[in-house]
Design a protein around this ligand. Structure first.
Ligand SMILES: Nc1ncnc2c1ncn2[C@@H]1O[C@H](COP(=O)(O)OP(=O)(O)OP(=O)(O)O)[C@@H](O)[C@H]1O
Length: 343
């Protein structure tokens, strides 16, 4: 008999399973990530969306082993699928050789504010070349040529001149492009982008998103994009994971989740975005109430207090239910929303 067990998915770049990352302060514990699972695939963008404090950045920091002090991965797995086979990141030493090689070279990150990542006292070219020196075997000339090529491919005009310039001479959009150039310099398999365009105006924002989309399509980079904006999700995501208070409350292919949102929180996020062309009288609903104190969470559904569909059952934590092969949700009442969509 032939073995029909499916082999590992060759497109899988990262898989996170039941990840629990806790932060400790004053003898109290914040379950910042409380059982988070998702996959990131090559050539696809996964958007992680949710309000401030839901755990988006702690997810990124867990993957890169850059967690704040007094925080710890308590349970779960983060498996990076690199060229040399799977690696359990959570078992690596934070500053060990393997983790340092993965961080930056294989999994790169760009941040909201490029000035926090760019060093003001070195030229942009120097900073790209440093990455190449540290992570590749390229010689001096090749590093310089690659730095210019990278700036050119990021749409920076006159790259031969600008490679020598310092960050303060770059505009906000150009700095963000330079940061992406540094991140992409070693051809990472995964690019994590934490709200990369929040500080930029909408035209530049659209250009940066287009650039990220090109990287995904042409280089097969797997992108994990962190955002609080459902508009960004609709535009860029292949898959989406909606987070609330350290849990993924709904996840799936973007078309399925946006067309048929099954969690009241996803619905509320969708109602909170303005739609172009509907005029200024359109109903945009802010989500009422506030997130609970992370150090003193309710035992049941974390969203219940703010949920207009709340019932008694919500005092108990709803299980995660798989509603199709790739769409999952954590809400006692999701079947009713499925029925709504079918009508
Ligand atoms: N350095 C830190 N020290 C203590 N608690 C932290 C720290 N960073 C995050 N937290 C806590 O961890 C939880 C998750 O926060 P996280 O920063 O991941 O949220 P986020 O979704 O990225 O928010 P934002 O959109 O504001 O960046 C929150 O309860 C937050 O208060």
């Amino acid at each position: 008999m032939t073995d029909r067990t499916p082999g590992p998915d060759p497109e899988l770049a990262l898989s996170v399973r039941d990840l629990k990352t806790y932060i400790y302060a004053n003898n109290r514990c914040n379950r910042a990530l409380d059982g988070v699972s998702f996959d990131i695939h090559r050539g696809k963008t996964l958007c992680i969306v949710g309000e401030s404090g839901c755990g988006k950045s702690v997810t990124a920091a867990s993957i890169l082993q850059l967690l704040p002090e007094l925080s710890r991965i308590e349970e779960g797995e983060i498996v990076y699928h690199g060229a040399e086979g799977p690696v359990n990141i959570e078992r690596l030493k934070r500053n060990g050789r393997r983790m340092r090689a993965i961080r930056g070279k294989e999994i790169a990150m760009i941040f909201q504010d490029p000035m926090t990542a760019l060093n003001p006292v070195y030229s942009i070219g120097f900073q790209i070349k440093e990455m190449l020196l540290y992570h590749t075997r390229l010689g001096k000339r090749a590093r310089h040529a690659k730095a210019i090529d990278l700036l050119r491919s990021m749409g920076i005009p006159l790259p031969e001149k600008r490679v020598r310039e310092y960050p303060h001479l770059y505009s906000g959009g150009m700095r963000q492009r330079a940061m992406i150039a540094i991140a992409m310099s070693c051809d990472p398999r995964i690019l994590i982008a934490d709200e990369p365009t929040t500080a930029l105006d909408v035209t530049i924002q659209a250009q940066i998103f287009e650039l990220m989309d090109t990287l995904k399509r042409e280089q097969g980079t797997a992108i994990m994009l962190i955002t609080h904006d459902m508009g960004v999700v609709a535009e860029l995501a292949d898959d989406v994971a909606v987070m609330y208070m350290g849990q993924i409350v709904e996840a799936g292919p973007v078309g399925q989740v946006l067309r048929n949102p099954l969690h009241p929180y996803t619905r509320a996020l969708l109602e909170s975005i303005p739609v172009l062309g509907r005029g200024k009288n359109q109903q945009i609903r802010a989500i009422p109430g506030q997130t609970p104190d992370p150090y003193d969470r309710p035992t049941g559904c974390q969203f219940a207090e703010r949920c207009r569909y709340r019932v008694d059952a919500c005092a108990e934590m709803p299980p995660e239910t798989q509603v199709s092969s790739s769409h999952r949700v954590r809400c006692w009442r999701h079947r009713e929303f499925m029925a709504d969509a079918a009508e």
